[in-house]
Ligand binder design. Structure first.
Ligand code: FAD
Length: 283
């Protein structure tokens, strides 16, 4: 079966946005969201700049999504934060009606220093649970191709387990283009006796240079054949888009056949590519 003729399966989808920086960006994102709501997302999430740099934009966008009648998750990073600042932000999110968080360590810009009272995302998850009980559904990040700062794959797996033991309900992965890496990671998680859903994060391919920059920074591997093909297309955006859709739709189909609990799309605040992927997958 190809992705193009796959039947609809009711596989849950979720969409990730970043907070827009301008009023025009906010208006465009409203349109993008309305288009994506056709796929009936389980929730939409909004990223959070490390050090709280986007707090206003993140919470504002989350509030808009809730007002549109859609479940919203606020990303929440703890690097540079204090217990008191986190406590206050949790109270704000709760009063807004937010019930789902993506709890992260985050990355501070270089030269910023670590600072803050939390070292790892597991510290944040434990704190949220201690402060707010079961008020929030807590998602955490997972890295099938290993987080770039991890001492070893085993150490990274143990770091993931620590987040689950601290109280995480489910996980969303960094994006990847190799379904085997995902499957191996999930098998390792299950071997540790952890049964949390691990939802693959899907990066639609919309351009070449941005994807390569992102991937180098976050440790996501672009297989050589994909990298070479993308480079070969040069500025031919139509060919990049067509090729990218084939590659990512095929990845999603492989993941669906392996029984993933859902798909989380990194929309990059654009609707066309993600919508086309959902259409091809019958979602
Ligand atoms: P952690 O789980 O704390 O892991 C960070 C590193 O520390 C890993 O290398 C891990 O192996 C290691 N580690 C963990 N615990 C220990 C320990 N006890 N001892 C030694 N080493 C340890 N970033 C943002 O700034 N804003 C966002 O909104 C955002 N959203 C994201 C959403 C998803 C789904 C994903 C996958 C990533 C997101 N990120 C975001 C990026 C993320 O903040 C970075 O990848 C960051 O470097 C790690 O965050 P974490 O929560 O995975 O950290």
């Amino acid at each position: 079966m190809t992705a193009a003729n796959a039947p609809a399966t009711g596989l849950p989808v979720s969409f990730e946005f970043f907070p827009p920086k301008t009023p025009e960006g906010a208006e465009k994102l409203r349109t993008v969201r309305q288009q994506l709501y056709a796929s009936k997302p389980e929730f939409c999430s909004v990223t959070y700049g490390a050090g709280g740099s986007t707090q206003e934009g993140t919470f504002g966008t989350v509030q808009e999504i809730l007002a549109e009648g859609v479940s919203a998750a606020s990303h929440f990073s703890c690097v540079g934060a204090t217990r008191q600042s986190v406590r206050e932000q949790l109270a704000t999110l709760k009063s807004m009606g937010v019930r789902r968080l993506v709890a992260l360590r985050g990355d501070l810009p270089s030269g910023y220093g670590m600072g803050g009272e939390f070292h790892y995302a597991s510290d944040l998850v434990a704190f949220i649970r201690a402060e707010t009980g079961r008020d929030f559904h807590i998602e955490v990040a997972a890295y099938p191709e290993v987080h770039p700062q991890a001492k070893s794959p085993e150490a990274d797996l143990q770091a993931f387990a620590a987040k689950v033991h601290a109280g995480a309900d489910s996980a969303i992965t960094q994006y990847f283009f190799n379904a085997d890496a995902y499957e191996r990671f999930v098998n390792d998680v299950r071997r540790l006796g952890l049964d949390v859903p691990v939802v693959p994060g899907i990066m639609p391919i919309m351009g070449s240079s941005q994807l390569m920059r992102f991937s180098d920074a976050c440790g996501a591997e672009i297989p050589r054949w994909i990298r070479l093909r993308l480079q070969g297309f040069g500025d031919d955006t139509a060919s990049i888009r067509a090729f990218g859709l084939d590659v990512v739709a095929s990845l999603c189909e492989q993941l669906r056949q392996r029984g993933v609990p859902g798909l989380h799309f990194y929309t990059m605040n654009q609707s066309a590519t993600t919508l086309e992927l959902c259409r091809r997958l019958g979602l």
